[in-house]
Design a binder for this molecule. Structure first.
Ligand SMILES: [Fe+2]
Length: 248
């Protein structure tokens, strides 16, 4: 039988766990509104962790609103991470693989969890990159080798922008539009749902999330307006560094 001391300890631990879990995904009404994203990695158990946003929720205003960023990161991305952890829990060999390895070779994932890993692993991977592909006071045009690669492929930056916009608007339903690296050549592609360019043998350089959760609060059905505004948030330094690393 459980002693009173043991019962108190169990109750205290359970209360702390519930408080910690709630604190990780929500705030109580009497707390001031957080201006900074969660630093915690809100995963129930498992190897995959939610990375913190590299800036405040309102850093991308007025192009992407703070509330959208908060829900997008703290709820949507967190859910992909939690569901990926559930999918791989207890499966030998999978818990030690990186999310990149998992989504790059889905055939190596057991069939009974392949769809879960494709959707949630893809969601985790895509969003982890997406946050870094944007920054406060972003936008403009890339410089250096990436600028040259874009000019070789598209003629000029304006043509590139038109092509990526067309892919973003042409993606029916939920998905992503990408600038990818295919060998040493840059290309525009789109993927449905949370599919990644990695699964097709490409490396994503820049991507725009065109799921409605990425823009609906501010733009409702006006995806073209969101896509146009998003170009002002691009972190070209991150994209150019990634290009340099992947082509070196
Ligand atoms: Fe998203």
């Amino acid at each position: 039988m459980m002693t009173r001391r043991q019962a108190l300890k169990t109750t205290a631990l359970a209360t702390a766990a519930v408080a910690a879990a709630r604190g990780a995904i929500a705030q109580t009404p009497d707390q001031p509104k957080r201006s900074q994203p969660l630093i915690t990695t809100a995963t129930p158990t498992g190897p995959f962790m939610l990375p913190p946003l590299p800036y405040a929720y309102d850093a991308l205003e007025p192009y992407i609103d703070a509330r959208t960023m908060e829900i997008h990161h703290d709820k949507h991305h967190a859910a992909y991470v939690a569901n990926l952890n559930k999918a791989v829990a207890g499966i030998p060999g999978l818990e030690t693989r990186s999310v990149e390895e998992l989504v790059k070779d889905l055939n190596a994932v057991p069939e009974n969890i392949r769809a879960a890993v494709r959707n949630n692993g893809g969601g985790h991977y895509n969003h982890s990159l997406f946050w870094q592909m944007m920054k406060k006071d972003g936008g403009g045009e890339p410089k250096g080798e990436l600028a040259r690669a874009i000019a070789v492929k598209f003629g000029n930056f304006s043509n590139f922008k038109d092509s990526l916009t067309k892919a973003a608007l042409g993606q029916f339903g939920s998905g992503w539009a990408w600038l990818v690296l295919d060998g040493r050549e840059v290309k525009i592609e789109s993927t449905p749902n949370q599919d990644t360019p990695l699964a097709r043998g490409r490396q994503p350089l820049l991507g725009i999330d065109v799921w409605e959760h990425a823009y609906y609060l501010k733009y409702q059905n006006r995806r073209p307006e969101y896509v146009g505004a998003w170009f002002n948030s691009i972190n070209w330094d991150f994209v150019a560094d990634r290009f340099a690393r992947l082509t070196s």
